[in-house]
Ligand binder design. Structure first.
Ligand SMILES: Cc1cc2nc3c(=O)[nH]c(=O)nc-3n(C[C@H](O)[C@H](O)[C@H](O)COP(=O)(O)OP(=O)(O)OC[C@H]3O[C@@H](n4cnc5c(N)ncnc54)[C@H](O)[C@@H]3O)c2cc1C
Length: 486
């Protein structure tokens, strides 16, 4: 006898992941890339189809290392990476337009974002050496080369000055590298920017991969980001060319890292958006106690609060992307503030969204476990949370113009708490400071640009505890409707 299944929401698929994301589309137009809207919408429609399944497959079949130099990926991974390259996510161009597409792809699958992000971010560092840029940038632009980075060693990741990999001079601005890197993601890349100790101090080298003494020892067995390969590598005399000045390796590679930090913000905002879309979809189809979950007042409070957080992340992320296009002082502090705050909020949002699906949320079929495992990562790499907070402290002390630009962005009522926090800032209280800055920036931006109900809800929060504690009297159903994927 056939069993009739009732009250199980259909999977969220065959929909346009961008058209359903009003905050993203509005931000795209506002931040100067309205010209890219049609293209973005077409990409969103494509992503909501077969690529959803590719994302699942690429994670269910993680990469495998063969020997010491070949990484085999599932075909679904290649399809997703090819999509990202086709859309130009690896090459320089408008940051705002790229940011929106990067977010759309990251909703579907986060793993390919890593090589796309590193390759895109390597270009500003390569441009410090016109000859290297002339050789590599056309290949990057054509989608024929990927570039990774290897800084982290066993004895120190945040503290890269502790690097022990040795760079032995081998001609004019050339060296052979000897040592070990504890983390090297996308080891199938065509070249890497690598930090190593030269006679003049820690320096940055561009090291091609093919037949060049790079030995992949092992792939990491990771919590999330499982579609992507992250490895341990040994450098057995790998030949490289100096980028920037000898002894100035950190200053050289930081331009790359600043760009990957933007992508961490974009990636976390995308994870939040996807989790919230899934939660709304489920709750607008699932009935409990005689009513749709989304109509139950307490669940409505949870969903609306999640929408507010997701929109705050998106709005800040796209504003930050514009700062990269404009190259202004605001970028300096805002990147570290949002890298800390948006990435820090992601696991809480994804975890709460997962719970909205009840038991289904804990089951792989729903996709939420994958998002949940992914969600802490952006806070860790490219400078972990504490490192971002210490970076904010350093910037406000040493580069007052960057702090002034951040303050200038804020509405008057948001400026006062930040000024107070800055006056008291010290290492012990750095997270408190950066959280104050992140919330102030998001409050200002929501007031300025978002739906008034969203802005009012954000400001109504008395604390940043669990989601679902918004006070009475706000139009919560309208907030959820604005964010409902359809
Ligand atoms: C999936 C994945 C892929 C990665 N891919 C790459 C890659 O391709 N290339 C690469 O170079 N690296 C890569 N990394 C490494 C990553 O960048 C480092 O793990 C990260 O920078 C932290 O360094 P660590 O692991 O050595 O931790 P540590 O530096 O030991 O830090 C541990 C903790 O201490 C905190 N901390 C550090 N210093 C201070 C301080 N002064 N005050 C207060 N707190 C502090 C940190 O914030 C962190 O929370 C990857 C990591 C992961 C998880």
């Amino acid at each position: 006898m056939a069993v009739q299944v009732a009250n199980q929401p259909p999977p969220l698929r065959d929909y346009n992941v961008v058209a359903a994301n009003a905050p993203l589309l509005e931000a795209l137009r506002r931040e100067g890339a309205a010209w890219a809207e049609d293209d973005l919408l077409a990409f969103g429609a494509e992503l909501g189809g077969e690529p959803l399944e590719w994302g699942r497959l690429a994670n269910q079949h993680p990469p495998v290392l063969h020997g010491h130099d070949r990484v085999e990926f599932h075909p679904a991974w290649h399809s997703l990476l090819a999509l990202g390259i086709r859309e130009g996510l690896q090459r320089p161009g408008s940051h705002v337009a790229r940011a929106a597409k990067f977010m759309a792809l990251a909703q579907v699958e986060a793993g390919v974002g890593c090589p796309l992000s590193m390759t895109h971010a390597a270009v500003p560092t390569l441009r410090l050496e016109p000859a290297l840029a002339a050789e590599w940038e056309p290949r990057v632009t054509a989608g024929e080369a990927l570039i990774g980075m290897a800084m982290t060693e066993k004895q120190g990741g945040s503290d890269v000055r502790a690097n022990e990999t040795e760079a032995r001079p081998a001609g004019d601005r050339e060296a052979t590298l000897h040592g070990h890197k504890w983390f090297c993601s996308a080891p199938m890349s065509d070249a890497f920017l690598i930090l190593a100790q030269a006679p003049g101090g820690l320096s940055c080298y561009l090291v091609p991969r093919a037949d060049n003494g790079i030995v992949i020892e092992r792939l990491k067995d990771k919590l999330g980001n499982r579609s992507n390969a992250s490895s341990e590598i040994r450098l057995d005399g790998a030949w490289g060319r100096l980028v920037g000045d000898e002894g100035r390796g950190i200053a050289t590679i930081i331009e790359m890292v600043v760009h990957t930090r933007l992508d961490c913000v974009l990636g976390s905002a995308a994870l939040m958006r996807e989790a919230v879309a899934q939660a709304i979809h489920h709750c607008t189809h699932r009935v409990a106690f005689g009513k749709l979950l989304a109509e139950q007042p307490l669940m409505l409070n949870v969903l609306a609060d999640l929408c507010v957080e997701s929109e705050a992340a998106t709005i800040g992320a796209l504003r930050l992307a514009r700062a990269f296009d404009e190259g202004d002082e605001f970028r300096r502090v805002a990147t570290a503030v949002l890298k800390y705050w948006v990435c820090k909020r992601a696991p809480g949002v994804v975890g709460e969204a997962l719970e909205c699906l009840g038991g289904n949320g804990f089951v792989e079929d729903s996709g939420l476990p994958r998002l949940y495992r992914e969600s802490p990562l952006n806070a860790i790499w490219e400078g972990s949370s504490n490192v971002q907070c210490l970076d904010v402290l350093r910037a406000v002390r040493r580069e007052p113009a960057s702090a002034a630009a951040f303050l200038a962005e804020l509405d008057e009522r948001d400026r006062a708490p930040v000024e107070r926090a800055l006056a008291e800032a010290d290492e012990h209280g750095a997270r408190r400071l950066v959280e104050t800055m992140g919330v102030a920036l998001q409050a200002t931006l929501l007031d300025r640009h978002s739906d008034p109900a969203i802005a009012a809800s954000f400001r109504s929060r008395e604390r940043f505890g669990a989601f679902g504690t918004l006070p009475a009297g706000l139009p919560l159903a309208a907030i959820v409707e604005r964010n409902r994927p359809s």
